[in-house]
Design a protein around this ligand. Sequence first.
Ligand code: 5AD
Ligand code: SF4
Length: 439
Amino acid sequence: MQEKKGIYIETYGCQMNLNDSEIVSSIVQEAGFLIEKKIEKADMIFINTCSVRENAERRIFERLIHLKQYKKRKPRLIVALLGCMAKNLQAELLEKSEILDFVVGPDEYRKLPELIREAFNKNRALAVQPNNAETYDDIIPYRENSISAFVSIMRGCNNFCSYCVVPYTRGRERSRKSASIVREVKSLSKKGIKEITFLGQNVNSYFCPESKIHFASLLENCAAANPHIWFRFMTSHPKDMSDELIEVISSYENICKHLHFPLQSGANRILRMMNRKYTYEHYLSLVEKIRLKNPDCAISTDIISGFPSETIEEHKQTLSALKTIRYDSAFMFKYSQRPRTKAEHFPDDLPEEEKIRRLNEIIALQSSISRELNKNEIGKIHLALVEGKSKRNPKQWRARSGTNKLIIFDLPEVEIKIGDLIELKITKSTSATLFGEFV
Ligand code: 5AD
Ligand code: SF4
């Protein structure tokens, strides 16, 4: 009997991509291939890519150059590029990188078995057609983590923020049927999963085409039916933050008190140019509403610094927004011009050094706020889910609170295993991490 061919998958970018790699794993295993953990042993290498910033694409090009050595050593090795970059650059990728055997976009993963067959017949291929109906509803992602699971509930995005390539790489917004999500959650619950994160580029605009239920009801139904599972969700767009959703978050103990809520800029003119569809004042009123209902809710954000034509005054408005809102944490980026987006036509007029200076100022401010907020946690007791050994110090373990804070702790005398919910008293903190002891 012929031995099964093994595939090594490398994933870049957002959680959606991680979940897509799990969907890909499921499709190829169904077709008779193996998922290989060691790159050296693989017959095929799949790179699942991200296009959100130019930097992400540059890293992947560097990786492809590095992979040439593998192909030299193993001439029959198949190398494929998947995901957003495939859709963004298409045929250019096959021209630029001769090591690629095929290139496949996010809506065409069902074609993988056929693309692999063609690649073994030495035919290079490009599969990047958009399919605005594809939700991979019937495919059960192949998950290695038995404690936490990502569940994509919708794909694509219709928001067309002027800087963002996602609506072009991942296509139009479409929600999965609620019945299929509920089925997946039930099956994860039977397997003993402790934490589920609902994913979508714009998760809170979810709307089931069949049952007509919105995100708040989906979340409520799942949380009520599975009280032993922690529910998280990301990413929420401010324009879709309903009172009903705020109410649901506060009504269920097993809905984590953490909201990822991108602001992008504190200046209204820039928000308008970004096509974010809210003003800073409206955003702030939403944060106030959330905190009124859920005083302990942690809020994190995304900020883009150095957007075209951003003045010093507008940059200061972003700093001032950070000071007012006091986010628990933030992902902060330097503006990166992307092809086909509306902002591509705005002159990218800030000098590189100025963009870097503004970004560093934002990072320094946010890090001092995170440090102060984390200091306030000292002495408090957090319920946290044990994730495993600490990445830095193997003698210590790590757990995550409902508020999404990483807590490092020493192993106590009692037996503790991954997936346990434990109480930790915070003893020390930095801007990014809490340290606690078992109580
Ligand atoms: N430049 C910089 N940051 C970007 N993001 C998306 N597109 C760009 C871009 N062109 C950031 C936004 C978004 C996060 C996922 O990535 O802040 O919320
Ligand atoms: Fe991009 Fe805006 Fe859609 Fe987020 S909401 S994926 S930033 S277009």
